[in-house]
Design a protein around this ligand. Sequence first.
Ligand code: ADP
Length: 468
Amino acid sequence: MNIVHLSAECYPVAKIGGLADVVGALPKYQNNKTITSQVIMPFYDNKFTQENTFKTIYSSTLTLGSIVLDFSVLKLKNKPLDFDIFFIDVPDLLFKDYVYSSDDTDRFIAFQIAALDWMLTWKKNPDIIHCHDHHTGLIPFMLQESFKYEAFRKIPNILTIHNAQYQGWFSHDKVSLIPSFDFNNVGLLDWGSSINPLAAAIKCAWRVTTVSPTYMEELKTSANGLEYLLNDESKKCSGILNGIDLGVWNPETDNYIISKYNTKTVQSGKNANKKYLCDTFKLDFNKPLFAFIGRLVDQKGSDLFPEAFKESLLKNKASVLLLGSGNHLVEQQLETLKKDHIGTYNAYIGYDEKLSHIIYAGADFILMPSRVEPCGLNQMYALKYGTVPIVRSIGGLKDTVIDISKHKGFGICHSDTSITDIVTSIDRGVELYRDQATFKKIRRQIMAIDHSWHASAQDYIKLYKSIN
Ligand code: ADP
């Protein structure tokens, strides 16, 4: 079985968030003697493309409305990844030093057309086309409707929704960018009077998955306008929990962290990483360290952090370290907070992959008060690194974290995204940390939880087989 994943992000090539981690891991775990799983993604101007070498395997032109653009398909010459990855190079549109920007409509339509045009030249059609998020959401429509892709009508295709908040809306004025189709069917592209690539994919894909079972259920009542559609299409929808890539996220082998460790050496290992963080960010080693890593957007509840941290830090029982970027006002507030809480609070505003690994290893608790969380990978990384997750029970967080008050519980759960919930949960964390015997037992317990991709990758294969 030949599976083709199409995505805007893939770790380690280009990463903004969890989408990259998933697309960079899933093919590895799907590849075996009978399955070939590969990725097609845009060719960006970034560190990865500058540091690696590529060869051109196909060149042509694509038509985007009235414009004709050159494009090439590139393959890695050196082979730093465990699966085949192909890059669509549209120099005028995609080769930029960013992944997302305001011109995404044209960029990602060009990407999707180029990818399908190239596939038309293959000797054999893929057995499954697996699209990820709205950036590849027009593909199921084009496979079904565009005249030029008639040869692809029977290819089973899947959409995975990593985040339904973002849908890629654009105006009907741009409909001519999509390769021609029977205009009687233009309604398939439409949702709420604009072209909605995510909605079009939900309508046209053979199957739709989300990245956790609970998120799939939640979307039926809250999906940024797509609730009715998801209810209507519910027969082809299911949730498959993401896994984590143990080749990248494993404290025993992680070259980013200061001291590697396993369940036996967790105490000394975590201490060494915590000491590095406390020295680097001038934090009190003796206090429990609460950390946040992520995009500073409302979805993550990060707008509440300045106030919530202030309230918690005034109690003088905890240290807080934050790594993230996003909303400028929140960034400023988090910077300003530093001067009043030297020794117990610090923040690195920006993106830093290495630092994120050290924080998972060195922090005592990870905070995730998300308003929406399709799956959430941070809590699963935290568990693997023996760091206790503090989460709002929603989406994938609800599927992966059990509160310490419950049977076999190991995390701290709260029901709302509010300042009170964050502060109260930090207080509960401080209490747990005081009881070092229980705290250490929980650390060892959570490191042993298996969230590797093995099971979930098989769930996807089962789904592919059911439609192939
Ligand atoms: P989302 O995709 O909504 O951003 P996920 O929890 O699915 O959230 O995935 C977030 C991923 O991005 C994790 O690998 C996390 O460590 C990483 N990440 C987010 N922000 C940063 C940052 N500022 N620096 C380094 N890694 C980050």
